[in-house]
Design a protein around this ligand. Structure first.
Ligand code: HEC
Length: 172
């Protein structure tokens, strides 16, 4: 008697357990891949602000009245660009963004070995990653890397850069 009762009272519990396991499996199969790809997106952008920015050379200014852009690279990068050789992995380029006569932040593009592989092929810009930083050199995401990449993508024949001519023309 007691056995039958306890068996009976366990049945709803077992049913709930089965339901929980099933729901968990569905939730995981639906959202698992999604959340892991979202994580890959969040961690996939490896462009960082250069630690040695103090040593960077200001090689070009794009003055558009109240807005202005200032391009920076290392001396070594400028020498390589002048020589016509491709910029190697590890290269970081910085663009200072000015609006209303004030510095509002920095755009950075950085090249790493096989970094392109973490970006869908149709958005890929070689092995360059793009990132926006605030004036304290902290990552800020008011502009998304996909936009940077779609515009710089037009420069595929020029290793995705716009300022190569200015690098070559720069005289210290
Ligand atoms: C609508 C087109 C467009 C978008 C979007 C854009 N750029 Fe650019 N970028 C340019 C142009 C054009 C230049 C050359 C400077 C100029 O004319 O202002 C440039 C220059 C640069 C440079 C200097 C090195 C070089 O020669 O390319 C860096 C670094 C850069 N951009 C990073 C970024 C980042 C990071 C983003 C996104 C947060 C971004 N850009 C979004 C068009 C764009």
């Amino acid at each position: 008697m007691a056995d039958a009762r306890s068996k009976k009272s366990n049945e709803p519990f077992a049913a709930i357990l089965r339901l929980v396991v099933t729901v968990a499996a569905i939730v995981f199969s639906v959202f698992g891949p999604f959340s892991s790809s979202a994580m890959a997106q969040a961690t996939g952008n490896r462009a960082t602000f250069p630690k040695n920015f103090d040593g960077y050379v200001h090689y070009a200014t794009y003055d558009r009245g109240s807005s202005r852009e200032e391009a920076f690279a290392t001396r070594e990068t400028l020498e390589i660009a002048k020589s016509g050789r491709p910029l190697p992995p590890g290269t970081q380029l910085v663009l200072g963004i000015w609006a209303d006569y004030k510095l509002t932040g920095y755009f950075v593009m950085e090249k790493g070995v096989d970094w392109g592989l973490s970006i869908p092929e149709e958005q890929r810009t070689g092995d360059w990653h793009f990132q926006q930083f605030d004036t304290n050199m902290q990552v800020s995401r008011t502009a998304f890397a996909e936009r940077c990449q779609s515009c710089h993508g037009s420069q595929a024949d020029n290793d995705f850069m716009f300022t190569t001519d200015r690098m070559r023309a720069y005289v210290p």
